[in-house]
Structure formats: C-alpha cells, structure tokens
Design a binder for this molecule. Structure first.
Ligand code: MLT
Length: 276
C-alpha cells in the first residue's frame, strides 16, 4: 500500500527497511506525531482502541522485530537496538520530535530511547510499565520460556502466556481472543529476542530524575505485572509526572479500557502540548 493511500481500518501501512530486516509500521490520523510501542508478546493490533479516538495526533504504530508482521532478526539483541529501530523509523518519516508511548516492554524501550535521545521527546506516555531491571528469578523464567519457545514452538506457550494477562479480572472475550492471536503470531525469534533483551536490560531508575518532557503514567488498577504501587514509585521519581489509575483494568489498560485511557491522554495533551 502506498504511503498516500486514504485512511482505512489498517491505516497507512509501510514496510521500512530498518537494520537487517523489514519492519511494518501503520499510521492513523494527522497532527502531532505520537509513536506507540506495543508490549510483549504483542503487536500493533493492541492499539486498536486508540485509533480514531485521539484527534490531533498522528499515530505511528510499529510491529517490533519478529512481532506481528515485522521480519525477525536473529537474537540476541538488546532493548537499545529496539530503541534504535524506533529512532530509524522516526528518521525515515522525517519526524524530529515525538510523543513516545510504550506499554510494558514498550515502556522499557522508551526508557532506552529517552536516555539516548531526550531532545527528540515531546512527551512520554508510560503505560503499565516500570523502570527496574529484572530480578534473578524473572531472568531465569525468561530463559526457560525462551528455551521452550525454541524447542516446542510458540503455539505451545499460547495458553499460559494468555493466562498471564487475563487472570484475576474480567476482560471481554473478543479482547482475550486478540491477546491469544497476537501471542500466536509472534515468531520464535521475536519471542526469544524480546525475552533476551528484557532480561539483559539495566535499571532505568537513574534516568527518571532527568526526564524533562511532560510525562503521563497510566496503570490498570488490576495490573498484577506492573502494579499501581510501581507506577506511584515511578511518578515520584519523574519531575511533574501525572498518574492516572484505570479502575478494573489489568496489564493491558489501553486495550481493555480504551475510553478512560484515551480520555486521560486527551486531557494530558490538551493541558501540556500545543498541537502542531
Ligand atoms: C509486557 O507486557 O511487555 C511484558 O509483560 C513485560 C514483561 O514481561 O516484563
């Protein structure tokens, strides 16, 4: 599809040669650029509730390496490599400054980007994420999951990975089905690559005090992976950061509860940014 094609449910889809592979990037809407980075093991479809709901924003939705429709590159690589992919996407699109949003692993990548390119940030949206490195037991769990993905394939992991995101609270069945589909369409290399990159990431807490752009933190009240207490700790460390807790939502608040998440983003943008 050409970049000039009219807007449709898929958006304006490009295939960009980034590093050693081809990354798929969809765009929706016009206005201030806003790059949203999905979590693990998902893809750009997790932002379906944000499309057409954030007027004045040009949403840029990539599939990370080996996720969704993007080509895998052989692991290992790091979250810094994934942050460099984002920088190259922005360069391809000739975008100097961006509102950068990331959910969970997308937030970990946003911290790596913020540490390297603070001047390119217009604002940060930190969604169901946290800045800390993995403790040993989580690193070991990721290594086991990566080994099983290699040995048994991704399909064998879909039930337990889905359970991780849906347990303990209510999610509509079509959203559970989408979570399952996104996990199932992650490649083995993408799964292993992201697990390895997350396990090796450093603690980003030291950079929080130096974040100077407007920052909105959003967390589901039922998020058991990056719970509200972690979000409050992160808010206290980022100068002027705002925090919105979404009642009843879990770890995938933007997918599970798009209306209050979008309202929070619209309010934050109106209060902090002049649109361009
Ligand atoms: C995610 O949603 O990106 C993952 O749950 C992050 C993680 O496993 O730390």
């Amino acid at each position: 599809m050409s970049p000039e094609a009219p807007s449709d449910p898929e958006g304006r889809v490009r295939r960009l040669q980034i590093g050693d592979g081809e990354l798929v990037v969809a765009e929706h809407g016009t206005g201030t650029p806003c790059l949203l980075v999905h979590g693990f093991p998902f893809d750009r479809r997790m932002w379906r509730g944000q499309i057409d709901a954030l007027p004045g924003l040009r949403l840029i939705l990539p599939d990370l390496r080996g996720h969704g429709e993007s080509e895998p590159t052989p692991p290992p690589y790091t979250l810094v490599d994934l942050a460099e992919d984002l920088r190259q996407i922005l360069d391809h699109l000739a975008i100097e400054q961006v509102i950068l949003g990331g959910l969970s692993m997308g937030g970990y990548i946003a911290f790596a980007f913020a540490a390297r390119y603070p001047e390119r940030l217009r604002a940060l949206l930190l969604l169901d994420t946290h800045p800390k490195a993995d403790p040993l037991e989580i690193r070991q769990g990721r290594a086991e999951t990566a080994a099983r993905a290699r040995k048994q394939g991704v399909a064998a992991l879909v039930p337990e990975l889905t359970e991780r995101f849906v347990k303990g609270h209510d999610i509509e069945p079509d959203k559970v089905a989408l979570i399952r589909q996104m996990i199932a369409s992650t490649s083995v290399e993408g799964m292993v690559g992201s697990l390895t990159a997350m396990a090796a990431r450093p603690d980003s807490t030291p950079i929080l005090a130096s974040i100077t752009c407007p920052t909105l933190i959003v967390v589901g009240s039922e998020d058991q992976i990056t719970p509200p207490a972690m979000a409050r700790e992160m808010q206290a460390a980022i100068p002027g950061a705002e925090l919105v807790e979404i009642p009843g939502a879990g770890h995938l608040a933007p997918l599970e509860a798009p209306a209050p998440v979008n309202a929070a983003i619209r309010r934050f943008i109106a209060a902090n940014l002049t649109q361009s």
